[in-house]
Design a protein around this ligand. Structure first.
Ligand code: FE
Ligand code: FE
Length: 166
């Protein structure tokens, strides 16, 4: 008979998924920073790259709390989201719509992270892992804040620039 799988297993599996995703994002952000046209967007990507290093560290702490080695598990979702971002960089290169497109790609990443951290935080609480829940909550807040900051950048400059060109 197959081994019973529990919420602990789901938690560990999903932790490995987001650990893989965060490290993928860490590699993608410098490319997005280089591609960005406006200084504000470059700065936003740099700020979030630094935060992302902290997200990786927090995840390592969560692995330690549950007594597991920090190991990622291929996350097809982030692979697809990052690939779409690269497509935008490619197809909108040197156009006034590039920054608006980069923001949309970055927001897809943040939303993916928000769903994962939201679930993980809830599971951590339910599993009685209060310290892990606090770590996951701290990252969740930074992802949500980043998403809001990107919306502001889109609304105050990037979308307008993209539209004007028409
Ligand atoms: Fe993150
Ligand atoms: Fe993020």
């Amino acid at each position: 008979m197959a081994k019973e799988k529990t919420l602990e297993d789901l938690f560990h599996d999903t932790l490995r998924d987001i650990y893989y995703a965060e490290r993928k994002i860490l590699k993608a952000l410098p490319k997005m920073q280089r591609a960005a046209q406006s200084q504000e967007l470059k700065a936003a990507f740099e700020k979030h790259r630094e935060q992302t290093e902290g997200h990786v560290e927090r995840l390592q702490q969560v692995f330690e709390i549950i007594g597991k080695a920090p190991r990622g598990k291929t996350c097809d979702a982030i692979e697809g989201i990052v690939a779409e971002g690269e497509e935008i960089m490619d197809e909108f290169k040197d156009t006034p719509a590039l920054d608006a497109g980069l923001i949309s790609a970055a927001q897809a990443v943040e939303h993916y992270e928000i769903t994962r951290y939201g679930t993980l935080r809830r599971w951590a609480s339910e599993l009685g892992l209060a310290d892990a829940a606090r770590l996951l909550e701290a990252t969740l807040k930074e992802e949500a804040r980043t998403d809001e900051d990107l919306t502001k950048l889109a609304e105050t400059s990037a979308n307008q620039r993209a539209r004007k060109a028409a």
